[in-house]
Ligand binder design. Structure first.
Ligand code: UDX
Length: 432
């Protein structure tokens, strides 16, 4: 294996996981972040985010001298052959992408470009951003040394980012010319995955197109769930049946409260905007968004249908994170549901295996319950809002005994309707 000297600008979620895993396979990695407090935490062996398996990898590679952290772009970039950009690309109010961090980093890299380097964009960016990055570096570089710009989008899912990085389905490398390809292959050689080499614009498009398609699959399942409810069919059986067609696949067809998180909503809006700006309106994706909004409305409607007036009703909510295995609550459907229930006057007792700390600020009026089996105490109904596996182990007998009437609204279809009925629950789920 050929060791490559790599620096990664931006030690957020993507930058840190990527840097740690590159070091793990033997590369020499410097992670740069201008947030001094964050760099401090990392230097002291801590982690600014929760991600299964990441802590061990960071510690092991720091100890082995393959991974270091700095707040100085100059020192990070100086002795690396390849510079990855992994800074945030947040949405602007109109849904388009704020590229100011990318532009700023491009100028910073230009300012310390003294030897030829490969500059790789890992952040999710609109098609044609690579061209702008190359132009900017050229404009601001004093030394006029040669450099290549590469697009190498990430496909990490929170909660299994390490696994996704170590065992990717594919690695996309977008280049302007062949020069940087060999080094990019050296970086990824230890990862057992097919490498797809494309032009830069295509690589950038692949990222938005992939995430939008996954969101579309979820909305497709959610739209189907409404039809199932209206027709007496069962969404689980339907998606299992269609998912067995290998052209369709079973993944990402789980109906529920809709998708959230820091990627899908943002990437969808961005892609709609990008398509519009290119003169190719992508209205299909607007419908994907609309289905996602309706799904939440329909679920709330179900709760109100059953409980009638929510004012002063006590509801126990299981799940606050935007999905399982993460403490992330950004654009979490669970938090939106809680907020809307509270707006109707409901009193909430909430629990999440990981996300309670982060959710406290969002839900100051809710009562946070550390034990999931204690959530039901004194409640008029229980609500499942996030697909945590451990909720399947809920002590249903204890919950039933603690409630006036055993009612459960399952926004993630974790329980078996027949069994719930057999145990005397009023059970309402999605699409069944
Ligand atoms: C996503 C992409 O999967 C990843 O490739 C990209 O790099 C970043 O965005 P992530 O945001 O971590 O990753 O979450 P993901 O696991 O994709 O789930 C997104 C949302 O969809 C969650 O709210 C989840 O609950 C929901 N979802 C997922 C469903 O409602 N049904 C499904 O079948 C799958």
């Amino acid at each position: 294996m050929k060791t490559v000297r790599i620096s990664i600008i931006g030690t957020g979620y993507v930058g840190l996981v990527t840097g740690a895993c590159f070091a793990e396979v033997g590369h020499q990695v410097t992670c740069v972040d201008n947030d001094v407090a964050k760099v401090d935490i990392l230097r002291r062996g801590g982690l600014p985010i929760y991600e299964p398996g990441l802590g061990e990898i960071v510690q092991r590679n720091v100890a082995a001298g393959r991974l270091r952290f700095t707040e100085s772009t100059v020192s990070g970039v100086a002795d690396s052959e390849v510079v990855f950009i992994a800074v945030p690309t947040p949405p602007l109010p109109d849904g388009s992408v704020d590229l100011s961090f990318i532009e700023k980093v491009a100028r910073e890299i230009a300012a310390c470009l003294t030897t030829p380097k490969i500059i790789v964009d890992k952040s999710t960016v609109p098609v044609k951003t690579g061209e702008k990055v190359a132009e900017t570096i050229k404009r601001y570089s004093q030394s006029k040394v040669e450099f290549d710009v590469v697009s190498n989008p990430e496909f990490l899912r929170e909660g299994c980012a390490v696994e996704d990085l170590m065992h990717p389905d594919r690695i996309v490398i977008g280049v302007q010319n062949r020069r940087p390809v060999a080094t990019m292959r050296d970086i990824y050689a230890p990862f057992d995955a097919p490498i797809v080499v494309t032009d830069i614009n295509s690589a950038e498009l692949i990222k938005h197109a992939a995430n939008s398609f996954l969101a579309l699959k979820i909305s497709y399942a959610n739209a189907l769930s409404a039809i199932c409810e209206a027709s007496g069919a069962d969404i689980q059986q339907v998606v299992n049946g269609i998912g067995m067609d290998r052209r369709i696949g079973r993944a990402f067809l789980n109906a529920g409260l809709g998708f959230g998180g820091s990627c899908f909503p943002k990437d969808l809006s961005a892609f709609i905007k990008i398509a519009e700006q290119l003169g190719c309106p992508f209205d299909l994706l607007k419908e994907v968004q609309a289905v996602n909004r309706r799904q939440m409305d329909r679920f709330l409607g179900k709760i109100k249908d059953t409980l009638w007036v929510l004012k002063d009703k006590r509801l126990g909510v299981l799940g606050l994170a935007f999905k399982n295995n993460t403490d992330d609550i950004r654009l979490s459907p669970a938090i939106e549901l809680c907020t809307r229930l509270q707006a109707e006057g409901a009193i909430l007792r909430v629990h999440d295996p990981r996300a309670m700390e982060k959710a406290r600020a969002e839900l100051p009026d809710a009562e946070f319950v550390p034990d999931m089996n204690a959530v039901a105490e004194g409640c008029d109904a229980l609500v499942v809002a996030t697909e945590w596996e451990e909720f399947k182990q809920l002590d249903l007998a204890r919950a039933r005994a603690a409630m006036t009437h055993p009612i459960l609204f399952d926004g993630r279809n974790l329980f078996d309707p027949d069994e719930m009925e057999r145990f005397g629950w009023v059970y309402r789920s999605v699409g069944r």
